[in-house]
Design a protein. Sequence first.
Length: 90
Amino acid sequence: MNETEWRNQAQQDGYDEVITIDWGAGLFNDTHTHDFRVNLFIVSGGMMVTIDDEEIACGVGYNLTFDAGLPHSELVGPDGVSFLLARKTG
């Protein structure tokens, strides 16, 4: 899936406005939750997302979705990461 396909699918699936997030190399977000459903698409770089002790390697072109309230953490790789994030509430 490319970025255009991801954007079209996110819109069809009822996700809100897409934002771009850029994080620097080595950034670590400890375990947290969101009050919205997450749909993200990696544009450059990469990060490791940990959900329930499962590490998910997210590189360029990777699409990850998960429900609101799901505990997870993120560890950004050595090249940093840029990703698109769409949210869905309700």
